[in-house]
Design a protein around this ligand. Structure first.
Ligand code: NAD
Length: 699
C-alpha cells in the first residue's frame, strides 16, 4: 500500500507523509504502510531520524469507522494495531510525529507510538472512541497516562473531549508547538532530537489516583453507558500492571465494547445522521438553490428562534411581525437569549452584535422580494397561514423556497394558496429552535426535488439534522409521541404512580419521564392537543383522562408550578402523591381495576407504543426508512443514543419478540389501541428487521 504513504528526504531526515484523503483515517493497510515506511527509513543509512506527517489538511484524524463497523459485525477480522505501533516505537532512530489538524482516536494512538510530538498551534488531540461506545484499542489507554498522568488520561478517554496544542504542551503530550512551518520545524526538531524516548517505557507519571469522582461524573453525564467506565478502568490499570498486561486488559475491554449493544446503537446513530441527508429517489447531484438571504414571518417563540438560527449561520434575515409590540417582544427575546450566551462565555459581545445586525425587524414585506427562503411561523391556524402564503406568492421571487413551520396542518392545503406548490414545503423546527438540532422537512405533494435537496443542504448550513417526512398529521415525531403519552397516562390510571412511570422511563434512558415531559410542554397545551385529536378518534375507544382532570384542576405543569408533579423552584420536580391518588380515585369511579404494574411493563408499554406507531409511519411512507424515525427521536426527543433510536432498539430486541409483546398488550387492552402494525407482523414473520424495509423495497 505504498500509495498511501510516501517517503521523501529533507537533508538526513526521512519524511513519511500519509495520503489517505480526505482525513487520513487509519483504513485497512494504512497503519501497516506507515510502519513499513518508518522501518525502511530506519534501515536506510541516509537517514538519522524520521518525521511522520499528514499530507492533507490534517494528521491522521482517526480510525476508519466503516472498517470498525465491519470488524464489529464480524465481516473482517481485527488487525493487530498494538503490534504495529510497537514495531514503530521500537525504531532505533527517533520518530517525530508532526501534527496539524486533528490527531484523534487511532490518530492520537499513532502519535503516542512516536518518540516525540511536534504540533501546529491549531492541532486538536483526543480519544473520542467513547462516542461510539468504544475505548482506545491501539494501546492508547496505556501510553497516554505515561505522558499526561492517569487522571488526565482517564478524563480524555472517558469523556472523549479533545484538547488544544497548548494544553497538550502543558500536559507533556507535546514536545514542541511550532510558530509557523510545521514540516520545517519538525525536521529541525528531528535533526537535534535525543535518542528514541519510548512512551511505553516512561513510568514517572504512573501514579495511582482516586478516580471515583470521575466515575461518578460519567455515571451522571453519560447515563446508561459502559464504555466510559471501561475506559477509566483500562487507564487505571496502567498504574498497577506492566505495559503488556495493561495492553491485554485494554484488548479485552475493547473487544467487549466493540460487540456491545451500546456501540451498535451509537454507530447506528452516527451513520444514521449521514444517511438521512440522502433522499431516496432524489439524485445527490440535484442542482440546489443558492441561499443568501432569508425571511421569517412571525416573531413569536418559534419565529424568533428561527431568525437566530439563520443569523447564527451568517445568513441575513428579515423578521416580519404584525404589530410593533410583538416585534419588540420578539427582538427582546432574541437579545436576551444572545446576552445570556455571552454571559456564560460561549459567545463574544462583538459576535453577538454581528448576529443581531443580521436580523432586520420590520412590519412590512420590504425586501422580501430578495429572499431565497421564507419561513412562516405564525400561530397554528389554517386561514392565517393561507393568507400569508397568498401574500408570499405575490411578494417573493419566483425561485424562493416557501416553508411553513406548522406542527399539525396540511402542507398541501397551505401550498394551494400559492401558484407554485413546487416551492412550498414544511420546515418543522423544534423548540427552542436555536438549540434543538432536529428539523423535519415536510414534503408536500407538489414539492420539487430541487427544493427538497436545497432544504437538506441549507439544514446542514444551519447546523440542523434534517429528516424528510411525508405530509401526514404530526409528521414523524409528534405522530409517534401520541401513543407514548397515551400509554403513560393509562399506566397511572391502571394503578402505577406518576413517579413509577416517570422513573421507569428515565431509567430506560430518556432524559425525563413522559409525564414530566407533559409538565414541561404544558398540560394546557397537551389538553388542547387532546381535545383536537378527539375529532380523529373512533367513538367508544378508551381515552386517557389524566391530563384532562389535571387541566381542570388548573394544573398546567412547570409553567404554574403544578402538573403531574409539583415544581418548588423552576424545573425541579417534587412528587405530589395527591395527583396519583386523584387519578386512582377517578379510575375507580370509572370502574377501572387497580393492579400492581412492573417497571418492565411500564417501559414496554411506552416504548413499544412508539415502535408500533413507528411501524405504521414507515409502512405508509411518512418516513422513508426506519433510520429516519430513529434520527428524529435521537435528535428531537432525547431518545438515548446508545439505544440507536426506537426502531433500531426494536430490531435489536428482535421483531418476533416485539410482536409477541404487542400481541400481549392487544389481548389485554384491545384491538383499537394495540393491534400490531401490519409491517411489524410481516417483518417479524419474515425474520427481517425494520432496517431492511425501504419504501418500494423488498419487504
Ligand atoms: P406564537 O404564538 O409564539 O407566535 C406567533 C407569532 O406570529 C405572534 O407573535 C404573532 O403576532 C405573529 N403573527 C401572526 N400573524 C402574523 C402575520 N400575518 N405576519 C407576521 N406575524 C404574524 O407561536 P409559536 O409557538 O411561535 O408557533 C408558531 C408556529 O410554529 C405554529 O405553526 C406552531 O404550530 C409551530 N411550532 C410551534 C412549536 C412550539 O413548541 N411552540 C414547535 C414547532 C412548531
Amino acid at each position: 500500500m505504498d500509495q498511501v504513504v510516501s517517503i521523501t528526504a529533507i537533508r538526513r531526515i526521512a519524511v513519511v507523509t500519509v495520503h489517505n484523503p480526505p482525513v487520513n483515517a487509519l483504513g485497512p493497510g494504512v497503519p501497516e504502510a506507515i510502519r513499513d515506511a518508518v522501518k525502511s527509513a530506519e534501515a536506510n543509512a541516509d537517514f538519522d531520524a524520521v518525521v511522520v506527517i499528514g499530507g492533507e489538511s490534517t494528521f491522521v484524524s482517526g480510525s476508519d469507522l466503516n472498517y470498525l463497523a465491519q470488524v464489529a459485525s464480524g465481516e473482517i477480522p481485527p488487525r493487530d494495531l498494538r503490534g504495529i505501533f510497537l514495531e514503530m516505537e521500537d525504531s532505533g532512530k527517533p520518530v517525530v510525529m508532526a501534527i496539524h489538524g486533528s490527531a484523534l482516536g487511532g490518530g492520537l494512538e499513532l502519535a503516542l507510538a512516536g518518540h516525540y510530538r511536534v504540533l501546529a498551534p491549531s492541532a486538536k488531540l483526543g480519544q473520542p472512541e467513547v462516542n461510539l461506545g468504544l475505548i482506545p484499542g491501539g494501546a492508547g489507554t496505556q501510553r497516554l497516562p505515561r505522558l499526561v498522568g492517569v487522571l488526565k488520561a482517564a478524563e480524555m478517554c472517558a469523556l472523549g473531549q479533545s484538547i488544544s496544542a497548548q494544553e497538550a504542551l502543558a500536559l507533556g503530550l507535546a514536545d514542541h508547538v511550532v510558530n509557523q512551518d510545521l514540516l520545517a520545524e519538525a525536521v529541525t526538531f528531528a535533526e537535534t532530537a535525543p535518542p528514541p524516548n519510548k512512551t511505553r517505557e516512561r513510568n514517572d507519571k504512573l501514579v495511582s489516583v482516586n478516580l471515583e469522582d470521575l466515575q461518578g461524573q460519567v455515571r451522571k453525564s453519560m447515563r446508561g453507558r459502559n464504555a466510559p467506565l471501561a475506559a477509566i478502568d483500562s487507564v487505571a490499570k496502567s498504574a498497577t500492571v506492566s505495559f503488556e498486561e495493561g495492553c491485554r486488559y485494554e484488548a479485552e475491554q475493547f473487544s467487549r465494547c466493540l460487540t456491545s449493544a451500546e456501540s451498535r446503537g451509537l454507530m447506528h446513530a452516527f451513520f444514521g445522521e449521514r444517511e438521512v441527508t440522502k433522499i431516496p429517489g432524489v439524485s445527490q447531484d440535484t442542482a440546489v438553490l443558492v441561499i443568501a438571504k432569508a425571511g421569517v414571518i412571525g416573531a413569536g417563540t418559534m419565529g424568533a428562534g428561527i431568525a437566530m438560527v439563520y443569523a447564527n449561520a451568517g445568513i441575513p434575515v428579515l423578521l416580519r411581525e404584525v404589530t410593533q409590540e410583538a416585534l419588540d417582544r420578539g427582538m427582546n427575546h432574541i437579545r436576551k437569549n444572545y446576552a445570556s450566551t455571552v454571559s456564560k462565555g460561549r459567545l463574544t459581545q462583538p459576535e453577538m452584535d454581528a448576529r443581531l445586525a443580521r436580523i432586520t425587524p420590520q412590519l412590512g414585506y420590504d425586501g422580501f422580494e430578495q429572499c431565497d427562503v421564507i419561513t412562516e411561523a405564525v400561530f397554528e391556524q389554517m386561514q392565517a397561514k393561507k393568507k400569508i402564503f397568498q401574500d408570499l406568492d405575490r411578494v417573493a421571487k419566483p425561485t424562493c423556497i416557501l416553508a411553513s413551520n406548522t406542527s399539525t396542518l396540511d402542507v398541501d392545503e397551505i401550498a394551494s394558496a400559492t401558484k407554485r406548490p413546487e416551492y412550498v414545503l414544511g420546515h418543522h423546527f423544534f423548540s427552542p429552535a436555536h438549540i434543538m438540532r432536529l428539523l423535519e422537512i415536510v414534503r408536500g405533494r407538489g414539492t420539487s426535488d430541487a427544493v427538497l435537496a436545497s432544504s437538506m443542504v441549507l439544514a446542514k448550513r444551519l447546523k440542523k439534522v434534517a429528516v424528510l417526512s411525508g405530509n401526514a398529521r404530526g409528521f414523524i415525531g409528534n405522530r409517534i409521541l401520541h401513543p407514548y403519552i397515551r400509554e403513560a397516562q393509562f399506566l397511572v390510571e391502571e394503578g402505577a404512580s406518576v413517579e413509577d412511570v416517570n422513573s421507569a422511563i428515565y431509567d430506560f434512558g430518556m432524559p425525563m419521564g413522559p409525564l414530566a415531559m407533559c409538565d414541561l410542554i404544558g398540560l394546557d397545551v397537551e389538553y388542547r392537543i387532546h381535545q383536537e385529536s378527539r375529532l380523529y378518534h373512533k367513538p367508544g375507544i378508551r381515552e386517557p383522562f389524566c391530563i384532562d382532570i389535571l387541566y381542570k384542576e388548573n394544573r398546567y405543569g412547570q409553567k404554574n408550578g403544578k402538573g403531574f408533579s409539583g415544581y418548588a423552584s423552576g424545573r425541579h420536580s417534587v412528587a405530589d402523591t395527591a395527583v396519583t391518588q386523584m387519578i386512582h380515585a377517578e379510575a375507580a369511579k370509572k370502574g377501572l381495576a387497580k393492579r400492581d404494574i412492573s417497571r418492565e411493563e411500564i417501559a414496554d408499554r411506552c416504548i413499544l407504543a412508539l415502535v408500533n406507531e413507528g411501524a405504521r409511519v414507515l409502512e405508509t411512507g411518512t418516513a422513508m426508512r426506519a433510520v429516519d424515525i430513529d434520527i428524529v427521536y435521537l435528535t428531537g426527543y432525547g431518545f438515548p443514543s446508545y439505544r440507536g433510536g426506537p426502531m433500531f432498539y426494536a430490531d435489536e430486541i428482535g421483531l418476533d419478540r416485539v410482536l409477541a409483546r404487542v400481541v400481549e398488550f392487544q389481548a389485554a387492552h384491545g384491538e383499537d389501541l394495540w393491534s400490531p402494525a401490519p409491517l411489524l407482523v410481516k417483518l417479524a414473520h419474515l425474520g427481517h428487521k425494520f432496517a431492511d424495509h425501504h419504501l418500494g423495497g423488498h419487504s
